[in-house]
Design a protein around this ligand. Structure first.
Ligand code: CAA
Length: 507
């Protein structure tokens, strides 16, 4: 099955990106787009992306012209008669997909592969409506397609075995890494990513944390390339909402049930970057207010004396050294007068009991360092129901004096970073437990599809299964959500074995 020429149907952002990927690999592309304005826009996206590559010195100007010449715009499906593969990248509505596939089925030769870039609709239903369902597969790219290296290759119970194998080989030829999976809503990456993004919207709606802090928790606290709310704006809130609806219909779990705020933002036309407004507003392409600090807390002076309360762990001793080197006077005795009481917190353990025990709940704030106390690390400032605004202001001023980047979180299990991350890790464990994909494929999907520096299982191994489990158990106790206690994680925590060890051992 040699692929020399392909058709890309639909030239929106993803279609234009996919056309670029094929053309860059030396493959001729027939770009089918019936709407002349959409065609112009799509070609504009392609040109802008190639020009940016040239201006960054990643592509020679001559190559740009050659790549561009490989893309032939067309308005009619009949132009795809001789292609070896056609991929549709049209809106995520089954009736539109079916129409496109009926046309492709009619015009393409019987050996041509027909692929859908659907991110969540059943590939099987698309295939079943065609004359040769064996040649229909999912070929799912990630946004921005020229950059993200993952391609999910989705086969159905109707697929001819050679077809997904040929598409996986093609993905490698494009410089991508294929992960081959069966036909289940959201495949690997979206089934994990979308509930996490949805959860971030729930946290925002509940005023659990500010948008900027939620995003900073992901980037600075977990090392992810983008925060979940900024990522929603990139993917499109409308697209994300439709994927969540499909996931919710398929799996029924509350984590997939779209957050009401997400629905309202979509209804208001705030669909993300493409609309100039989503969770954030984009005047000149930059989100507005992403760096705004906590409201009403400016102007407080940094404390000079701090009462430090902890459990005698490493975070406490490291933080005590940081305070001492910054010239602060530190006492361990809550009865001594001081400007601020700082309680060094641990995930899964509330701050409030220690604040009450200190007898100065109004002056007490928790601090937690998700990645340990280190330079350029992130600290979570934990506000209990007794902490006053003045205390929070002093805590922020202290962080500024120490040069520590902070996010603010309520005194709830997981604070902010783990509250966002651990359920996401639990979803990944659940997926492996269900046998849909193994730990290695899930890690590949999330690193190459979403730019994670480490996949969910590598993260669990780095944090420690027992630690993640303890955090999840605290959330499970607080919220009662069954997905927060996956047995596979309990097994790993009990046995003290990492997932990488299990993968190597072929378990
Ligand atoms: N098109 C083409 N190239 C692009 C691009 C675009 N839209 N956006 C960025 N790039 C290129 C840049 O030109 C740059 O290339 P060079 O290194 O060759 O110069 C490179 O990508 C890095 O870009 P920047 O330096 O501008 O920005 P960055 O380092 O912040 O990276 C990012 C941007 C690649 C988008 C990064 O933030 C990232 O990986 N984000 C996560 C994206 C993600 O999760 N995508 C998956 C979404 S889910 C999905 O798509 C599935 C679905 O079905 C909904």
């Amino acid at each position: 099955m040699e692929i020399r020429e392909v058709a890309v149907v639909g030239l929106g952002t993803m279609g234009a990106g996919i056309a670029e990927v094929f053309a860059r690999a030396g493959i001729g592309v027939i770009a089918i787009e019936a709407d002349p304005q959409a065609l112009r826009q799509g070609l504009g996206t392609l040109d802008a992306s190639l020009s940016r590559a040239v201006s960054r010195g990643r592509l020679a100007a001559g190559e740009q012209a050659e790549i561009r010449a490989r893309v032939r715009p067309a308005a009619a499906f009949s132009e795809a008669a001789a292609v070896d593969l056609a991929i549709e990248v049209v809106p995520e509505r089954m009736e539109i997909k079916r129409q496109v596939f009926a046309e492709l089925d009619r015009v393409c030769g019987p050996d041509a592969i027909l692929a859908t870039n659907t991110s969540s609709l059943p590939v099987t239903s698309v295939a079943a409506g065609t004359r040769h369902p064996g040649r229909v597969v999912g070929m799912h790219f990630f946004n921005p397609a020229p950059v993200m290296r993952l391609v999910e290759v989705v086969s159905t119970v109707l697929s001819d075995q050679a077809v997904p194998a040929a598409v996986a080989a093609l993905a490698r030829r494009l410089g991508k890494v294929p992960v081959e999976v069966g036909d289940r809503a959201g495949f690997v990456a979206n089934a994990l990513l979308l509930p996490y993004l949805n959860h971030a919207v729930e946290l925002l709606a509940a005023r659990y944390a500010s948008a900027a802090d939620i995003d900073r928790a992901a980037t600075e606290g977990m090392g992810l390339p983008m925060g979940p709310l900024a990522l929603l704006d990139l993917i499109g809130l409308d697209t994300s909402l439709s994927i969540l609806e499909v996931l919710h219909a398929e799996f029924g779990l509350p984590r997939y049930c779209p957050a009401p705020l997400l629905r309202r933002l979509v209804a208001a036309g705030r669909t993300g970057r493409k609309a100039g407004r989503g969770v954030y507003s984009y005047g000149d392409g930059q989100p507005a207010g992403a760096d705004s600090g906590p409201a009403g807390l400016a102007g407080a002076g940094a404390p000079d004396t701090v009462t430090l309360i902890g459990r005698g762990d490493e975070q406490e001793s490291s933080f005590a050294s940081v305070l001492a080197s910054a010239g602060l006077s530190v006492t361990r005795n809550p009865a001594h007068p001081s400007d601020l009481v700082v309680i060094v917190a641990a995930v899964g353990q509330p701050v409030l009991p220690a604040a009450l025990a200190a007898g100065r709940g109004d002056q007490a704030v928790g601090v937690h360092f998700p990645g340990g106390v280190k330079e350029e690390g992130l600290a979570e400032l934990v506000r209990t129901s007794l902490t006053t605004d003045a205390t929070m202001a002093a805590a922020h001023a202290l962080a500024a004096r120490l040069g520590v980047s902070v996010v603010q979180a309520p005194d709830r299990p997981g604070f902010l970073v783990a509250a966002l991350l651990y359920p996401h890790l639990a979803d990944a464990v659940l997926m492996a437990q269900q046998g849909y994909a193994d730990a290695a494929d899930i890690d590949t999907a999330m690193t190459l599809g979403c730019g994670y520096p480490r996949g969910p299982f590598e993260l669990i191994d780095a944090i420690g299964a027992a630690e993640v489990l303890a955090g999840l158990e605290a959330m499970h106790t607080a919220y009662g959500y069954p997905g927060f206690a996956p047995p596979l994680l309990t097994e790993h925590a009990a046995a003290g074995i990492g997932f990488a060890t299990a993968v190597r051992a072929g378990r």
